[in-house]
Design a protein around this ligand. Structure first.
Ligand SMILES: [Ca+2]
Ligand SMILES: [Ca+2]
Length: 407
């Protein structure tokens, strides 16, 4: 939201802090990237963004045992903007050194960071860097585990992975395996070294196999990126079905993926729960503020409906946006990872209504909502559109609506 739940003092304090720090403590010293064993995060590696961030040095990483240490995290390779820093950190126990920046610094997903450490005897690491993984961190999301493949895709199925990291500076690749059995012995297709899609949060592959309606299949993905375990993901299953035959409530029932952008570390932790955008409308106003997912400015969420939405005269999908009036764009697609077709942009107060007929679509199970707000210049606890619920506006049976692909 824009106007009702700002934590202005925090936001402005943050800006002022950055300005002050950028004007001092900028080191013009050694810029070389060195391999530094025993250092976490390891140089150039991808690290999880959903756990408390820490920096650590093992005894072998130290240059002058018995020193005290300073750590600085930067937003840029030029060390112009300091995000967090500390000095006087002492070695613990057997010589390890730890720093947990705590609430002053929370990792934002899909972001590159630079940092360095120095010891009190003149030793220094040089500039190091790491990448913070996306919210879903390279999971197989399309089809979701236990989900569905449209029978209209049975001869041209699509698999999709959530990127391990979508920001600049790193280009991971992915391996896919598709099986006919839960024991992962009947391999239908393996595709290796798939390059990550540019300017996207998910990468799709087309295994080019023929699947059978009513059958269940199994697939998994492997990520090739520095610092990421190269083991296969757990097997994920899906069944090929007529989408109009799926029973379920007339609202979004599954949160597939959420990708915040630049304000992720300001969002209230309890409002980062993607399930808050599923179920019927239930958002709660302040002071409790609950029941909605703050997308972040430019952020997006992908949801799967309970019952498949079919086209009826007039609007078909309601996107409930809580409290204030914000701008968002709704998309539909044949899978959890698209490809996406826009239903248009709306300024949403209570809800925005979207009509499938606008793009000639007869049905959809998947809805992608993207925040299009750009007017706010600073981050706060509910940055971006606040998605309470996505519903099917006119639930009614429509046999045969899913018989043919519309895309
Ligand atoms: Ca319609
Ligand atoms: Ca809700």
């Amino acid at each position: 939201m824009n106007n009702y739940f700002k934590k202005t003092p925090m936001a402005f304090c943050g800006v002022a802090l950055c300005v002050v720090m950028a004007g001092c403590g900028v080191d013009k010293g050694d810029d070389s990237i060195k391999s530094t064993p025993g250092v976490y995060p390891s140089n150039g590696h991808v690290i999880p963004s959903n756990v408390a961030f820490r920096i650590s040095l093992t005894p072998e990483a130290r240059k002058h045992p018995g020193s005290t240490y300073s750590f600085t995290i930067y937003k840029d390779a030029a060390r112009k903007e300091t995000l967090a820093s500390i000095s006087g950190v002492r070695e613990q126990g057997a010589g390890s050194v730890f720093w947990v920046p705590g609430s002053d610094f929370i990792i934002e997903p899909n972001t590159q960071y630079w940092w360095e450490w120095k010891d009190s005897a003149g030793g220094q690491s040089g500039l190091l860097y790491f990448f913070a993984a996306s919210y879903q961190g390279g999971k197989p999301i399309s089809p979701r585990n236990g989900g569905f493949m449209d029978r209209n895709l049975k001869n041209d199925p699509i698999l999709g992975v959530s990127h391990i990291y979508s920001g600049p500076g790193l280009s991971p690749t992915y391996d896919f395996q598709l099986f006919a059995d839960a024991g992962a012995t009947a391999l239908l297709k393996e595709i290796n070294g798939v390059e990550q899609a540019v300017n996207a949060n998910h990468t799709r592959v087309y295994p080019q196999v023929n699947l059978s309606e009513g059958s269940t299949y199994y697939w998994r993905v492997r990520i090739n990126a520095p610092g990421v375990s190269s083991e296969w993901s757990k097997l994920s299953s899906f069944t090929v079905v007529d989408f109009c035959s799926i029973n379920g409530p007339a609202y979004a029932s599954y949160a597939i993926d959420w990708t915040p952008k630049r304000c992720a570390n300001y969002l209230t932790p309890r409002l980062r729960n993607t399930r808050l955008a599923t179920g019927p409308p239930n958002a709660v106003s302040k002071p409790e503020y609950d029941g909605f997912l703050s997308l972040d400015y430019g952020g997006e969420v992908i949801l799967e409906m309970g019952a498949t939405v079919v086209d009826h005269p007039g609007g078909d999908i309601h996107v409930y946006e809580f409290v204030s009036t914000e701008i968002l764009e709704a998309f539909i697609g044949p899978t959890e990872s698209g490809p996406w077709t826009s239903l248009g942009v709306g300024w949403c107060h209570i809800y925005c209504e979207f009509d499938l007929a606008l793009v000639g679509a007869s049905y959809t199970r998947f809805v992608r909502v993207v925040d299009r707000g750009t007017e706010a210049l600073y981050c706060h606890e509910t940055s971006g559109s606040d998605i309470d619920s996505v519903t099917w506006a006119k639930p009614a049976p429509s046999p045969g609506a899913c018989n043919n692909p519309w895309w």
